[in-house]
Write a protein that binds this ligand. Structure first.
Ligand code: ZN
Length: 70
């Protein structure tokens, strides 16, 4: 999946703070994400996060996971 630093991901499961949106801070085998609701930062395997993505916003455009595979 084509994900870039600065993209905003909407996850299927919201964070306990109520926000489901995360900014991508670092990419690689592991992703580092920051919750846009509370500022909490998490790191984890790329494959784990990719499965949870509902949509992605890049430069004001909303993309679905299917569109990112193209
Ligand atoms: Zn949060």
């Amino acid at each position: 999946m084509n994900i870039l630093v600065g993209d905003v991901l909407t996850m299927k499961k919201p964070h306990p703070c109520g926000s489901g949106r995360w900014e991508v801070l670092r990419i690689g085998a592991d992703f580092k994400l920051r919750c846009l609701g509370c500022g909490h930062e998490v790191m984890g395997a790329r494959s784990k996060f990719e499965k949870q993505i509902k949509s992605l916003v890049r430069e004001g455009e909303t993309l679905s996971p299917e569109e990112l595979k193209k």
